[in-house]
Design a protein around this ligand. Sequence first.
Ligand SMILES: Nc1ncnc2c1ncn2[C@@H]1O[C@H](COP(=O)(O)OP(=O)(O)OP(=O)(O)O)[C@@H](O)[C@H]1O
Ligand SMILES: [Mg+2]
Length: 342
Amino acid sequence: MIALRQLSKIFRTPTQNITAVDTMDLTIQEGEIFGVIGYSGAGKSTLIRLLNMLEKPTSGQVSVGDKNMSELSGRELRKARQEISMIFQHFNLLWSRTVKQNIAFPLEIAGVPREERNQRVNELIELVGLSGRGEAYPSQLSGGQKQRVGIARALANNPSVLLCDEATSALDPKTTDAILDLLTSINKQLGITIVLITHEMHVIRKICHRVAVMEEGRIVEQGQVLDVFRNPKEEMTKEFVKQITEPEETMEAIEELLKDSKEAPVVKLMFVGEDAEQPVMTELIRTCGVSVNILQGKLSKTQHGSYGTLFVQLQGEPENVEAALRFLEDHRVEAEVLKDDK
Ligand SMILES: Nc1ncnc2c1ncn2[C@@H]1O[C@H](COP(=O)(O)OP(=O)(O)OP(=O)(O)O)[C@@H](O)[C@H]1O
Ligand SMILES: [Mg+2]
C-alpha cells in the first residue's frame, strides 16, 4: 500500500514559491492500477517523483509498503527505490547501449552476477515482446519498442510498484493501446501496483481501476473509474470525461441537428456496466412504440465493465416518447434530453 499523508512540495524560486503538491492525502492499494489525471502544471510529475523520493517533500509523509520513504537515506533509500521503478514519456534509454545492455543496467547496479543477469534479461525481453531485438540499439527501434525496453528495464529488479509518467504520451493511438495492454498484463501476471499519470482520459478508461483528478496540487475528485465516468462531480472531471463521451466533432454535429429538430427530442443515453448492451435498445423499440434514430455512439471497455454513450433521436407520439424515457430510467440507463440553447 502507498500512503501519502499531508504531503506538500513547494518549489522556492527567486521570484516566487510554487506549491506543486498541496497537503495531499491519498491511499493506493497494493496491486491496483491507479491513475492520476490533470492538465499541464497540475503537479502530476512532482507527485509521482515524490513517491520514490526523486523529489524531497517539503512536509508530510510518503510510505510505500512498511517503509516511510521520507525517513530513509543513503543505502536504505537506494534499496527501497529498487522496489519502486519508473518509466518515462521519452523513455530515457542509454543510446550507446543495446536493448539487452539497457535492460541489464539496473541489474549491474544491483550487483547481480553476470550469468543470472543474462538469464533475467532474456526473460524480460520475452515478457515485453521484444524477442529477437536484444542486440538492437534504441535508435533502431520504434517508439513502442523503446517503451517496451523502458518497461523491461523498470521490471528488472522485481519492483512492487511501477510509476508511469505520461508513458504513452509520445506514442500514436495504436501503439498506446499496445503498451497499455502490456501494462495491464504485467499488473495481472506479476501483481505489481501501477501508478500512472496522464492528461488523457482514454488511458485512464482503458487500464485504471481507480482515478484521481488533480488540479493545482490537490486531488479534487477520486473514485472507481466507472463511478467517476457515470457521475463526475467536479467541473474539471466532467471536462475529462467528455474527452471520451463527447468528442468535439460529435457535439458540433449534434448541435447542428438540434437547431432544426424541434419535433423529435435528441437524447443522450449513458450505458454503464452490465447495461451497456444492445438488448435494452431493441426492447425499447419493441415495447414503447417509438422509432430510434441513432445519431452517434461509442462503447468503451473499462477494467470494471463497459461504458458508453449513444446520441439518439426518439420519434413517435409524445406519450410514447415519455414511455420510452421512463423505460430507460427503469433499466438504469441515464437519459438526458438535449436542448438547443441558442
Ligand atoms: N524543479 C522545479 N522548480 C520550480 N518549479 C517547478 C519545478 N518542477 C515543477 N515545478 C512547477 O511545479 C508545478 C507543477 O509541475 P509538474 O511538472 O509537477 O506538473 P505536471 O502536472 O506534471 O505538468 P505536465 O502535464 O506539463 O507534465 C508547475 O507550476 C511547475 O512549473
Ligand atoms: Mg509532468
